[in-house]
Structure formats: C-alpha cells, structure tokens
Design a protein around this ligand. Structure first.
Ligand SMILES: [Zn+2]
Ligand SMILES: [Zn+2]
Length: 97
C-alpha cells in the first residue's frame, strides 16, 4: 500500500477517504494532488511533492501559490513569470539624472 509523503516536511497523508492508501503509487499521488491540493513536479516519481502547508513561493516565500509553468516550482501570483533558468540578478532601473 502506498501513501504520499511531503518532500519538504515529511508529512504523510494517511486519510484517503474510504482507504488508508493506494495499491499503486500513482493513485496516492493523484489523490493528494487532486483532492488535497498538494503540489507535485511533473517528473516520475515526483522529485517534489508538497503538502498544502509547504506550498510557499520559491522566489519570495509568500502564500498563496500556484504551480509554475516549468512544473518544478511553486510560486506566488507576483512571481508567476519568474524565470528559474536565469541566475538571480539585482533589480536595477535606470533613471535620468
Ligand atoms: Zn509539507
Ligand atoms: Zn513570490
């Protein structure tokens, strides 16, 4: 039997409605992502599986969050378009002096 475990805090989901788990790991992951609103990465097995409490923005740490387009990170509304491929740069703007 399989139960999903949060890759961040280690919390294990033990409540699967009628059941205590799934016979297939795919079923357990699908349940926590679709019913419990967990976040998972797109790879298999998921390198990242986050319970709701651990879904913090990968850029600023804020709540609430959404899956990023890259399928690997969770971000807040403000950082929806954050490009994780680019190294972080200081935010500079030029103003006429
Ligand atoms: Zn967690
Ligand atoms: Zn953010």
């Amino acid at each position: 039997m399989f139960q999903a475990r949060c890759t961040s805090c280690g919390y294990i989901e033990t409540d699967y409605d009628e059941f205590g788990g799934f016979s297939e790991p795919e079923g357990a992951v699908e349940f926590v992502t679709e019913v419990r609103a967990w976040h998972r990465s797109d790879d298999w097995p998921p390198s990242e599986l986050l319970c709701v409490a651990c879904q913090k923005c990968a850029v600023c740490g804020a709540d609430p969050c959404y899956p990023h387009d890259d399928g690997q990170h969770v971000v807040c509304e403000q950082h929806e378009d954050h490009d994780f491929d680019k190294p972080a740069r200081p935010q500079l703007r030029s103003v006429p002096s």
